[in-house]
Write a protein that binds this ligand. Structure first.
Ligand code: SF4
Length: 291
């Protein structure tokens, strides 16, 4: 980990990148592609040391509050956040400026901040996207070794439900590694039992571009040596890797979600994450009417 002085912390689309690079070591990580031109190793996380001040300055200048998206280039709750607490400081600013937030994580460190996430959800909208791609602990450790284990991620999802914070389960389906019906059903049962709002599935495919691709094949040899040959024969040249059982898996996903009232339409989920809500607007209006 190293600290940098940055000039900005929000992208034009309101993506917040407090950390760049990640230590979860997910085999299918697409952020490795987005950051492969950086001058440091992906796991040598760069930390914006004045991130909280930058954020406050940027939110001050915004005319209207917005949804802020966190977690596209790093898990904001990876181990270093446990020590630094920078994400917590940023959440306090986001809450103060009445913004909403979408956080992607695989780490139970997020439970520390449930109080602020609940406060944001009460005023506007807080959505947590929990990534989980295997229902079995051993397989999960091979796919996402430094993320929290399956039981811990279920604990996050239960805590979100208890605090009425909407959760979306994000599943990465990787051909030959976790694309079995048994694994999918295990994940769907977790989604149902924790009452998630929706499920993201990226069309039961992963995208491997430069940076992500080299890491995937290097780790495939190391973590799944017996499966490497299947890729060499069938999928090594492709940028989008889809399960040979993709259609069957999508049918199962759609039917299960319809039966259990889980949102599975990917466009609806995208819109839901982008749409800002202000739950206190009615109160503010009636207040100004009185005055
Ligand atoms: S949590 Fe996200 S950014 Fe971090 S290694 Fe996994 S896929 Fe990449």
């Amino acid at each position: 980990m190293h600290f940098i002085e940055a000039k900005t912390i929000l992208t034009p689309q309101n993506g917040m990148n407090l950390y760049r690079g990640c230590t979860n070591h997910c085999i299918y990580c697409e952020a490795r592609n987005r950051l492969y031109k950086e001058d440091h190793a992906f796991t040598d996380v760069s930390v914006k040391q004045d991130g909280c001040i930058l954020l406050e300055n940027m939110l001050k200048r915004k005319r209207t509050p917005c949804m802020i998206q966190v977690g596209m280039l790093a898990d904001p709750y990876m181990d270093c956040e446990g020590e630094l607490g920078y994400m917590r400081d940023c959440l306090k600013v986001i809450e103060r400026y009445d913004c909403g937030i979408v956080i992607r994580t695989k780490n139970a460190n997020i439970l520390r901040d449930l109080d602020i996430l609940s406060a944001i959800q009460k005023k506007t909208k807080c959505v947590v996207v929990v990534g989980l791609s295997a229902a079995d602990e051993e397989l999960s450790r091979k796919l996402e070794p430094e993320a929290s284990g399956v039981a811990e991620r279920i604990r996050i999802m239960n805590a979100l439900e208890k605090n009425r914070i909407p959760c979306i389960l994000s599943i990465s389906v990787i051909p030959f590694l976790n694309d079995t019906e048994e694994n999918l059903m295990g994940l769907l049962d977790i989604a149902k039992d924790t009452h998630v709002y929706g499920i993201e599935h990226n069309d039961c495919s992963i995208v491997l571009k430069k940076g992500s691709r080299e890491y995937f094949f290097q780790e495939l040899e190391r973590r799944f040596p017996q499966k490497a040959l299947l890729f060499a024969r069938q999928l090594e040249q492709q940028e989008i890797l889809s399960s040979p059982d993709r259609k069957k898996l999508l049918d199962i996903l759609n039917a299960y979600c319809r039966e259990h009232a889980i949102v599975i339409d990917q466009e609806i989920l995208k819109r839901y994450k982008r749409t800002y809500e202000n739950k206190t607007m009615g109160v503010q209006l009636s207040f100004s009417n009185i005055l």
